[in-house]
Every structure is written in structure tokens, then in C-alpha cells.
Design a protein around this ligand. Structure first.
Ligand code: GLN
Length: 238
């Protein structure tokens, strides 16, 4: 078995260690005898919508977001939508999450049209949310770090990834963090999120593999250190 991972705009959208999400997926596949294949798609490279099992789309500042958004509008947005139709899983973080919604309205700058894969929209606020986050989710307590000024609001037909226990989350007001929209996951949690939250990693891994192999039972790993690190982070947020 192999797991085909796309690090979408990896050279551009990769802030606060978001590349660690690719490494966590690849390692947890490899430890189970599943061969990971990682490809970086840069602006100008066309995505083959039938190839990838999972897309990892990291965060970036507005400057990088404009470049990524232009490529999504011109070339890859439609390809990504088709890939999701074919069952691919997407994990998008912060700036990437914002670009998968309907639009992102930066502060004092032209609106960026999104891919529309998620029924959400984002408007830049005048406050920056910086700090550790804890979220109650179907995959246990998720721990991470947020740094954004964009305020994301979810529309009909999508679920939040979880409920904020500490931090600000999507917009600092409605108590939601992130989104689950079919096989598309969005979150503001850097950290990166997956190495710190291996239950979510395994959920995404299983979902991604099911695209080509059907539902499979992932073998158990020794997660002593993962649980320890996670529990320390969840118990002592600063
Ligand atoms: N530019 C966005 C914001 O500040 C995204 C930042 C990020 O990806 N960390 O809201």
C-alpha cells in the first residue's frame, strides 16, 4: 500500500512548522508498512485530480496568500475540487483554510476569492489572535497554536472541527474552531497540528487510504510518547 501526499504550495504556504503535518502523515503510514509518496505542488504545477489521497495546505501571510489564490483561480482550484469529488482528503491550516472558503477579505486590500470547497468566509479583524489553543473535538482534545487576524464564519452544511476550550478559534466569538466539510478539514491550529494530535492524524490517514483501498483497520502503534506529549500540552497551556 502507498499513501500519496500532496504538500500544496509547500514552498510558499508553510508557516510555524506546518510541514510537520506532512511528516506526521508520512511517518505514521511508514511505521505501518505503508509507503508514503510526498510531492510538492508549486504555483504553475497542475494537480492531477485523480492521483493524490491527501492534500496538506499550510498557512502563510497575506502576501503569500495572494500568490496561492492566483494559482487556485487560474489553474488548480477546479482540479482540487475534482480531487475532493474523487474522495481526496484535505487538511488546510490558517491561511490555507481561509483560501478554501468562499472568500477572504484582508484589511485594506482587495478581496481574495476562495476555492469554495468550504461554506465559510473570512474577514480580517483589527486584533491578532496569538497563543495556545485547546479544542474539544471528536478526536479528543486537540492542542495547537494560533496566530491570525482573519475571522472565519461557518455557513450551512458544515461542522466545526471542535469547540474552543482555550484560545480564540475561528472568530473569537462563537466558540467554534476549524471546520469539517465532508473530507475537507480546516483549522487555525499550527503547531503543527498533526504531530501533536495523533488521533486526528490517524483519522485523516484512514480516510485518505480508504479512497483507493476501501475501509481499512490501521494497525496499532506504540503511542506512549505521543500521548505523554499531548497530555502535557493539554494540561499546561500558557
Ligand atoms: N493572513 C492570515 C491571517 O492573519 C493567515 C495567517 C496564517 O496563516 N498564520 O489571518
Amino acid at each position: 500500500m502507498e499513501l500519496r501526499i500532496c504538500f500544496l504550495y509547500g514552498g510558499l504556504m508553510n508557516i510555524y512548522g506546518d510541514r510537520g503535518n506532512v511528516i506526521a502523515l508520512a511517518k505514521r503510514a511508514q511505521w505501518r508498512g505503508i509507503a508514503p509518496i510526498v510531492k510538492i505542488i508549486n504555483p504553475g504545477d497542475p494537480i492531477d485530480p485523480d492521483y493524490f489521497d491527501v492534500f496538506v495546505f499550510g498557512g502563510g501571510q497575506d502576501k503569500e496568500q495572494y500568490v496561492a489564490a492566483r494559482d487556485l483561480q487560474k489553474l488548480n482550484g477546479e482540479r482540487l475540487r475534482v480531487a475532493v469529488d474523487y474522495g481526496a482528503v484535505v487538511l488546510a491550516v490558517c491561511g490555507g483554510y481561509q483560501l478554501l472558503g468562499l472568500y477572504y477579505q484582508p484589511w485594506n486590500a482587495p478581496r481574495i476569492e476562495g476555492v469554495g470547497l468550504i461554506n465559510s468566509y473570512t474577514i480580517a479583524g483589527n486584533e491578532r489572535f496569538i497563543g495556545n489553543v485547546i479544542v474539544d473535538s471528536p478526536y479528543g482534545k486537540l492542542v495547537g497554536f494560533e496566530n491570525h487576524s482573519g475571522l472565519t464564519y461557518l455557513g450551512e452544511g458544515v461542522e466545526p472541527l471542535g469547540e474552543v476550550l482555550k484560545g480564540k478559534g475561528n472568530n473569537g466569538t462563537d466558540g467554534t474552531e476549524g471546520v469539517i466539510s465532508g473530507t475537507v478539514f480546516g483549522t487555525y491550529m499550527h503547531g503543527p497540528i498533526l504531530p501533536k494530535n495523533h488521533l486526528l492524524t490517524d483519522h485523516i490517514l484512514g480516510l485518505a487510504l480508504s479512497r483507493r483501498y476501501g475501509k481499512i483497520e490501521l494497525s496499532k502503534l506504540d503511542d506512549t510518547f505521543e500521548f505523554l506529549a499531548h497530555d502535557i500540552a493539554a494540561a499546561r497551556p500558557r
